[in-house]
Design a protein around this ligand. Structure first.
Ligand code: NAD
Length: 313
């Protein structure tokens, strides 16, 4: 029996739980929120799609009842406030740090062996916070940002190439911020062929720029941050862990010398399996990519410093 808990049954959390159940990633999916009745209602609504969609997973919603989350294999943390138009992810730190810290501590009381997947923003800093306050082995703390940003990168690439997004490979590393993420255009391929064979530098530069503000573009259209792709990206990360798929997915993890970094959680390609993140794929970056990665790490560190100023760590 596999069990996954999703904390925060808002837009992203509920979408993630829905995808987890629909794809039968886990036998049991628990949704927990502080808002009385919301998780329960959404869980019943989702369970009522089971025979329509033909899945066997079961979803249970609870209000702040951590005992119901006991012995979860993976816990996805989406609780917190999302950004509004014009806000950066970094502006959410004050409120979300308190929420992520208390949620991580409560979860581990009942699921001491769980692998944590952090989605709440600013995600790189929330992942760093979770790693500091829980003291868990580094392989069990994973920030989800790169899976989403890479999916957006592949979407924009497929639009430019006028092709099926499933035929495109590409990844985004670095921080999960509008100015800190690094879509690695050099390594993007269409059916294994470098995309530079098909797209001009100008078009590729635009694809990269659109990817970087992909979240902000949707926040502008929706009035709040997006949820279908973020929720699905969370479920995609969980699936590789629960089913021990060993997929290579860019995730935010604690680095100890890889990419020349220490004491930071930031996005790099990792192998995800039953033990959490199992290996960092240390790509040899070009001088330009390295410079961008270092600038990205410096920006993430600046946001992490706020945790110390606030007394969160
Ligand atoms: N990492 C990513 O790629 C990514 C992508 C999209 C959104 N996000 C972030 O995910 C978070 C959630 O976004 P959303 O759009 O779902 O927001 P939302 O407001 O729709 O949902 C957040 C939910 O968290 C709940 N919550 C608040 N405090 C809680 C607590 N202590 N315990 C349990 N639940 C609590 C709220 O009641 C609410 O239902 C935001 O911080 C957002 O910025 C991250």
């Amino acid at each position: 029996m596999s069990k996954v808990t999703v904390v925060g049954a808002g837009n992203v959390g509920a979408t993630c739980a829905n995808v987890l159940a629909f794809n039968e990633v886990a036998d049991e999916v628990i949704m927990l929120d502080v808002k009385e009745g919301v998780s329960e209602g959404k869980a019943i609504d989702m369970n009522q799609t089971a025979q329509l969609l033909g899945f066997d997973s079961r979803i249970k919603g609870v209000t702040n009842d951590y005992a119901a989350t006991a012995n979860s294999d993976v816990v996805v943390i989406t609780s917190g406030i999302p950004r509004k138009p014009g806000m950066t992810r970094e502006e959410l730190i004050g409120v979300n740090a308190g929420i992520v810290k208390s949620v991580a501590e409560s979860i581990l009381k009942y699921s001491p062996n769980a692998i944590l997947v952090i989605i709440s923003n600013p995600m790189d800093t929330m992942t760093y916070l979770a790693s500091k306050v829980t003291g868990l082995p580094k392989h069990r703390i994973i920030g989800m940002g790169g899976a989403l940003d890479s999916s957006r990168f592949k979407y924009y690439l497929s639009q430019a190439l006028e092709c099926n997004p499933n035929e495109v490979e590409g990844m985004v590393i670095g921080g999960h911020g509008d100015t800190t993420m690094i879509p690695v255009a050099r390594l993007a391929t269409y059916k294994g062929i470098p995309v530079s064979e098909f797209l001009s530098k100008e078009v590729l530069d635009k694809v990269v720029a659109d990817t970087m503000v992909g979240g902000a573009t949707l926040t502008g259209l929706l009035g709040t941050s997006a949820w279908y792709a973020p929720g699905a990206a969370g479920a995609y990360v969980v699936e590789s862990i629960i089913h021990d798929q060993k997929k290579v997915i860019p995730c935010c993890v604690a680095l100890e010398g890889e990419y020349g970094q220490n004491d930071i959680c930031i996005g790099v390609p990792v192998v995800l399996g039953k033990n959490g993140w199992e290996k960092v794929i240390d790509i040899k970056l070009t001088a330009d990519e390295k410079e961008k990665f270092e600038a990205s790490a410096a920006a993430v560190r600046k946001t992490n410093a706020v945790l110390k100023e606030n007394g969160a760590i």
